[in-house]
Design a protein around this ligand. Structure first.
Ligand code: ADP
Ligand code: MG
Length: 392
């Protein structure tokens, strides 16, 4: 069953200079054919990159695209209509900016904190006059994730104005402040959660980023959080995905961030590699079996050890044998107690299919380059194209 060596698609890794590599050959253990590598060099490298992909006859390009290269890669993808990008450029739409995360959530009616986006600074400042506080103010776009560094809380209109006067963030991106217990990062493959953990703010603080002193733990991630993460992954048609979800003091769940690029232990990247191999080989390679709530057990392993553990595999449920262990173990889930293996049939790994048309064409959705700050003559701020260059 499945494709023979000759009929397997030709794979390539999409790399960029100075950007951490999410995958390498070791995540695709057992792939019988050569996997090519194509590296994008910052600057004016579009045409050379396209030529190299064609010359190497690559069918599938695998890898994450950072925010500052996103628009360039939308152009590249258009010129390579027969190459499948995994994840697709449309799936990576959220990687570009917080604004894009918001527009994605608006389109699919996914819950997020109430969000306001202004390209017109006059309108934005008017809004600051009349809105309620506290508000969260974020830099929407940047070269990479800085873990809360560009996220601020304004308790009054004076504070908010002062912030926008000095920071010149463009667009003006604001959210209602959501009092929350903690936020939860969920990582998924084929829409199935494979890892999830709480991130809690230090006592008396509100930022939960671990780089800001937040703590993490793996126990009893609520059903509502996992279900929202799955819905988000499905809406993005994501082969793999991570979602940060705020668990409000009001008990409601809201998306804070989602992306295909995230920090993950090597064994997680192995699982994604196995999933892609399964999906692209029409079943020649085995679908990884990733039990629900495995993270509660793996999370007990010291993280320095977990960082070195590779190719972790699990057997599937077998009532006559494993039943002795799995069969008796129940877990509170939503309002009732269930057997763990029952959750595996509820959260199945789905085979994400290639897309056939563009969902987020830049002509429509690239507001940043359509409405750059330079159009406002009164502001002495570098325009975005310049910033682009400096970040490259
Ligand atoms: N609307 C909000 N209300 C309350 N806290 C928030 C809100 N948005 C973000 N936060 C807090 O700020 C942190 C960082 O925000 P986030 O949007 O994830 O940006 P970053 O890219 O810096 O991680 C979140 O993990 C959360 O703790
Ligand atoms: Mg974050």
């Amino acid at each position: 069953m499945g494709l023979n060596n000759k009929n397997l698609p030709k794979l390539g890794f999409l790399y960029l200079d100075y950007v951490l590599r999410f995958f390498d050959h070791s995540n695709f253990k057992g792939w019988p054919n050569k996997i090519e590598t194509v590296t994008y060099h910052w600057g004016d490298d579009k045409n050379r990159f396209i030529k190299e992909v064609k010359k190497k006859k690559i069918d599938v390009l695998i890898g994450n695209i950072p925010a500052t290269a996103y628009e360039t890669f939308r152009e590249i993808a258009r010129e390579l209509p027969n190459v499948r990008f995994i994840p697709s450029l449309d799936t990576q739409f959220s990687n570009k900016s917080k604004e894009n995360v918001t527009r994605f959530a608006w389109k699919y009616d996914l819950p997020i904190p109430k969000t306001y986006i202004f390209y017109d600074r006059k309108k934005g400042y008017k809004f600051l006059e009349k809105t309620k506080y506290p508000k969260i103010i974020k830099k929407s776009y940047g070269p990479s994730n800085y873990g809360g560094y560009f996220v601020h809380k304004a308790d009054s209109k004076e504070e908010a104005k002062e912030l926008f006067d000095t920071k010149k963030y463009h667009p003006m991106y604001l959210q209602d402040f959501v009092p929350m217990e903690a936020d939860i990062r969920v990582m998924l493959v084929g829409h199935k959660p494979m890892c999830a953990f709480w991130r809690r703010a230090p006592e008396g603080e509100w930022l939960t980023n671990t780089s800001q002193g937040g703590s993490m733990d793996y126990m009893n991630v609520p059903k509502s959080v996992l279900d929202l993460a799955v819905a988000t992954s499905k809406a993005a048609k994501a082969e793999y995905w991570a979602c940060d979800i705020a668990y409000g003091k009001d008990g409601k769940v809201r998306i804070l961030e989602c992306a295909t690029a995230f920090a993950a232990f090597p064994y997680i990247r192995d699982w994604i590699g196995q999933y892609i191999m399964w999906s692209l080989s029409k079943g020649r390679f085995k679908k990884p079996n990733i039990p629900m709530f495995n993270w509660e057990e793996l999370g007990k392993i010291d993280s320095s050890l977990l960082r070195t553990m590779r190719h972790i595999t699990f057997g599937t449920f077998n009532s006559s044998y494993d039943g002795a262990y799995f069969g008796k173990k129940k877990k509170m889930y939503g309002k009732k107690k269930v057997y763990l293996h029952q959750l595996d049939s509820k959260y199945k790994i789905k085979d994400v299919k290639p897309r056939t048309k563009e969902e987020w064409p830049s002509e429509k959705w690239n507001y940043q380059d359509k409405f750059p700050l330079k159009n406002l003559k009164s502001m002495k701020v570098k325009n975005l194209k310049q910033l682009h260059k400096e970040n490259m």
